[in-house]
Design a protein around this ligand. Structure first.
Ligand SMILES: Nc1nc2c(c(=O)[nH]1)N[C@H]1C(S)=C(S)[C@@H](COP(=O)(O)O)O[C@H]1N2
Ligand SMILES: [Mo]
Length: 175
């Protein structure tokens, strides 16, 4: 499943309203402690009855990967850093190489489903840093999916664009 053309305007409206509220809080607070509370837990993992909630420190404690690439719609290269999606899925004991369906959701209620085949084939990063700084909500963080687009021409495809989830808050392995 991927976002269809007729759901995008509704998503965009909801995103705008949501981001507007988040930005007011963000600017008003003037520090990241508030933002951390707003986006807490930073990441929720689910598989069946199992749930794992992770905060920024736990995400930062995972092995970190790094890639320099533009995004689906923004070609200027940025250095993105964060854990590999395959390492994050491994926290749910998803055996590497086994293809499982995953549902990714975001703080703006965007959702998309694809499979773990992507993160097995490519180094897909759950980025929380960009050009050396932590991603704030104005950069569509605190977590977003980054494909190594500039390294693999085959990723330059509409099918993948929907999977570049920003404002990511949960990853669920569907069984
Ligand atoms: N949270 C969230 N992520 C999203 C979307 C969205 O509406 N909300 N739109 C998707 C769509 S339709 C596209 S084309 C890509 C664009 O990614 P980019 O702007 O990072 O290049 O983001 C995807 N990720
Ligand atoms: Mo899109």
């Amino acid at each position: 499943m991927h976002g269809s053309a007729n759901t995008e305007p509704r998503q965009s409206l909801r995103l705008s309203v949501w981001l507007g509220m988040a930005l007011v809080l963000w600017c008003g607070a003037g520090n990241t402690a508030w933002a951390d509370e707003l986006f807490s837990p930073m990441l929720t993992l689910r598989m069946g009855d199992r749930g794992i909630e992770m905060d920024r420190d736990q995400i930062a404690a995972l092995p970190q990967a790094r890639v320099s690439t533009g995004t689906a719609l923004h070609p200027d290269p940025i250095v993105w850093e964060g854990p590999l999606m395959r390492d994050v899925l491994a926290l749910l004991d998803v055996p590497e190489g086994e293809v499982v369906p995953v549902r990714i959701t975001s703080w703006d209620d965007y959702r998309v489903e694809f499979t773990s085949e992507d993160s097995d084939r490519w180094d897909v990063i759950l980025a929380w840093r960009a050009n050396g700084s932590e991603l704030g909500v104005e950069e569509l963080g605190p977590l977003r999916i980054i494909y190594p687009l500039d390294q693999f021409e085959e990723l330059r495809d509409q099918r993948f664009h929907y999977r570049w989830v920003w404002l990511l808050n949960s990853i669920e392995v569907l069984q």
